[in-house]
Design a protein around this ligand. Structure first.
Ligand SMILES: Nc1ncnc2c1ncn2[C@@H]1O[C@H](COP(=O)(O)OP(=O)(O)OP(=O)(O)O)[C@@H](O)[C@H]1O
Ligand SMILES: [Mg+2]
Length: 217
């Protein structure tokens, strides 16, 4: 049990992993399960979750004429995060609400650090500043072979008549660097980050996540 579970402050739980591994599917299932267990829950996503942060999200996903350089991309992600933490996440946690976020800081380390090659020490310092020092209590890393997740993304694009966004279109080598980065971070912080096998049905993955977090009933 994490200390925040005892003290009456909400717990902050984040879901991470590469494109199409099932984060958005699983955060909804997890939040519903937490609510059913009697906790007050706020579900949010990154980048997004406030009006300003959602505007930044659309810039990050869709800008094709003047795509952000790596440093601008980092700062846009961090601006969206600072607004979300300040206006949504911290007030909710202080009020005793549990906050579940579809992506958070580990995505920055994976994408901008391991993926784009920006220095990790700079990312950690800038990210801590953006978050006012807030770190997740627990993190679920959904891990799957990129071939599995690529197939899921293609079927999602077909089902929703959408195209892959700017980051999703990055090559296979980029995506395998991301996976390696996420797994390295999980190995470095095993008490916070639970690696969950994202293959199988949504029900199977949901069960694995709940078990891995070992929350009190
Ligand atoms: N366990 C599963 N088995 C098969 N398909 C799945 C499973 N989980 C999710 N999907 C489908 O795969 C696609 C990607 O899932 P989802 O959108 O939840 O992933 P994501 O990690 O949020 O992706 P992104 O990083 O792009 O936001 C969706 O069409 C979803 O319905
Ligand atoms: Mg998603």
């Amino acid at each position: 049990m994490a200390s925040s579970d005892i003290a009456g402050r909400g717990m902050f739980i984040t879901f991470e992993g590469g494109e199409g591994c099932g984060k958005s599917t699983q955060v909804k299932r997890f939040a519903a399960r937490l609510e059913a267990s009697g906790r007050k829950v706020l579900l949010t996503r990154e980048p997004g979750g406030t009006r300003l942060s959602e505007l930044v999200r659309s810039l990050l996903k869709d800008e094709r004429e003047d795509p952000p350089c790596d440093r601008a991309e980092l700062l846009l992600f961090l601006a969206a995060r600072a607004q979300l933490v300040n206006n949504v996440v911290l007030p909710a946690l202080e009020a005793g609400t549990w906050v579940v976020s579809d992506r958070f800081s580990d995505s920055t380390f994976a994408y901008q650090g391991y993926g784009r090659g920006l220095p990790l020490d700079v990312l950690r310092m800038a990210n801590d500043f953006a978050c006012a020092g807030l770190r997740p209590d627990r993190t679920v890393l959904l891990d799957a072979d990129p071939a599995v997740t690529l197939a899921r993304m293609r079927s999602r694009e077909a089902a929703t008549a959408t195209e892959a966004d700017r980051i999703e279109r990055a090559g296979a080598e980029f995506h395998s660097r991301l996976r390696r980065g996420f797994l390295e971070m999980a190995a470095a912080e095993p008490d916070r980050i639970s690696v969950v096998d994202a293959s199988g049905t949504p029900e199977e993955v949901e069960g694995r996540i709940w078990k891995s977090l070992k929350l009190s009933p």
